[in-house]
Design a protein around this ligand. Structure first.
Ligand code: ZN
Length: 253
């Protein structure tokens, strides 16, 4: 009898632990600090204080799925070693440096631009890899223009930029005066990019209506390389990278 009672007690405790664990994960899906199955942390953290961000190791930062957002950043001296000139039309003048991206992203960009051209869209590269110092320059300029809070919605905090990963590219077209503006999404070229970029391994990192999670306003011009398989999955599932990583337990692999 006592033994039965002990077993029932044990099973009850196990059930309670299971329920508490499940609740905790659900709660955390709307907030912070989710422990994923492989022991790493997966975070949706649009409102988090970037001062508390975790710094990715060099190995993590070199993953094509490296996540930089309000809670993850790269070291200020991080720079990928395989940066390569992107041979596409660019808004920079002939005396400036060419845009750089990591090797795979650079070749994928050339394929994307070629495919766009075949459909009569002349895309123009506006910004590729940025060092920490260059991002600081842009971000400080944004703060001067808009103030700190607004600047952080429109410009990644230094160390938190996908441009420093060497995987992000900003696109524009001559019809928009080569500017980076939301109306890009309403142009036929912008629609083409939104529909086709995944075929070349790119996602739109900051989709419309996802600012609460990404902390960044809708940027239809900013695409980021993750590889064709992941980009395709994210595109059809209407996800942001955080969601893909969480659902696939692929965080930092
Ligand atoms: Zn960008």
């Amino acid at each position: 009898m006592n033994q039965n009672r002990n077993i029932i007690f044990l099973l009850s405790m196990l059930a309670l632990i299971f329920i508490l664990t499940a609740c905790r994960n659900n709660d955390d899906l709307n907030g912070n600090n989710i422990d994923s199955a492989n022991g790493t942390q997966m975070i949706f953290c649009g409102a988090s204080d970037p001062e508390n961000a975790t710094v990715l190791s060099e190995e993590e930062a070199l993953s094509y799925l490296a996540l930089v957002n309000r809670c993850y950043r790269v070291a200020s001296d991080f720079s990928p070693e395989d940066l390569s000139v992107v041979n596409v039309e660019s808004v920079r003048g002939p005396h400036d440096d060419h845009h750089l991206l990591r090797e795979s992203a650079a070749r994928a960009t050339e394929a994307l631009f070629q495919a766009a051209l075949e459909d009569d869209f002349s895309l123009v590269a506006a910004s590729g890899y940025r060092s920490y110092d260059l991002q600081t320059f842009y971000h400080n300029h944004a703060i001067d223009s808009w103030g700190l809070e607004e600047a952080r919605r429109r410009s990644a905090i230094p160390g938190h930029s996908e441009h420093q990963l060497g995987l992000a590219l900003d696109l524009t077209i001559s019809e928009l005066g080569y500017e980076l503006v939301p109306i890009f999404s309403e142009t036929s070229a912008g629609r083409w990019v939104n529909e086709q970029a995944h075929r070349f391994g790119f996602i739109v990192s900051f989709p419309d209506g996802r600012e609460a999670e990404t902390s960044i306003v809708y940027e239809p011009w900013h695409i980021r390389y993750v590889g064709v398989d992941v980009a395709t999955e994210i595109f059809y599932a209407n996800q942001i990278l955080e969601e893909f990583l969480w659902h696939s337990n692929a965080f930092m692999e």
